[in-house]
Design a protein around this ligand. Structure first.
Ligand code: AMP
Length: 190
């Protein structure tokens, strides 16, 4: 099984690239942000809870997010593997994911990180906000808060995976196609 954590700050291009790579490698793409947005749209209890955090650009609590992620994996028990996009975002989530996969005799193959400078990220997010309808992409203050959450809780995961020799950084600046090609070089070897 190939289980890849596609990593990077908001606006790095994880969702776009995951959609392209899932077909090439026959993997299931799980975006926790997308699952939350689906629940918000359908006005589920989970959606109502998630919305109160997402609207501010805060992370949704770990317990809720971890349970949701496990359910998504269980729903795809015949998969060849997964691209995790937007998960894990905290050390607790990373540990929970490792333990959960271990129970299934599986593991994370690698964390592949899209590296993009912050000024470019803000530009990309504000641009996306014009068409995505995402409230958290339309307000620079919310975007800044998402970066703060990323810096204070998520960035540390780089060393979590480096310590296991599973971190692979990829230049996330360039055309979508060039970036897909760079990612494929890494996907092919892990
Ligand atoms: P994304 O679509 O990945 O940019 O996520 C949008 C928002 O969903 C984030 O700002 C968080 O509020 C929430 N979210 C998505 N994934 C997670 C996660 N793994 N842990 C906590 N909150 C999350």
């Amino acid at each position: 099984m190939k289980n890849i954590v596609l990593f990077g700050p908001p606006g790095a291009g994880k969702g776009t690239q995951a959609e392209l790579l899932k077909n090439k490698y026959d993997l299931i793409h799980i975006s926790t942000g997308d699952v939350f947005r689906y629940n918000i749209k359908n006005e589920t209890e989970l959606g109502k809870l998630a919305k109160s955090y997402m609207d501010k650009g805060d992370l949704v609590p770990d317990e809720v997010t971890i349970e949701m992620l496990k359910a998504e994996v269980e729903n795809n028990s015949n998969a060849n593997g997964f691209i995790f996009d937007g998960f894990p975002r905290t050390t607790s989530q990373a540990i929970a994911l490792d333990n959960f996969l271990k129970e299934k005799d599986s593991r994370i193959s690698g964390m592949v990180a899209l590296e993009v400078p912050e000024n470019l990220l803000i530009e990309r997010l504000l641009n996306r906000g014009k068409t995505s309808g995402r409230p958290d992409d339309q307000d620079e203050e919310k975007i800044r808060n998402r970066f703060n959450e990323y810096q204070s809780k998520t960035a540390i995961l780089q060393s979590y995976y480096q310590d296991q020799n599973k971190y692979f950084g990829v230049n996330g600046v360039g055309s979508i196609e060039d970036i897909t090609n760079r990612l494929q070089l890494v996907f092919n070897k892990i």
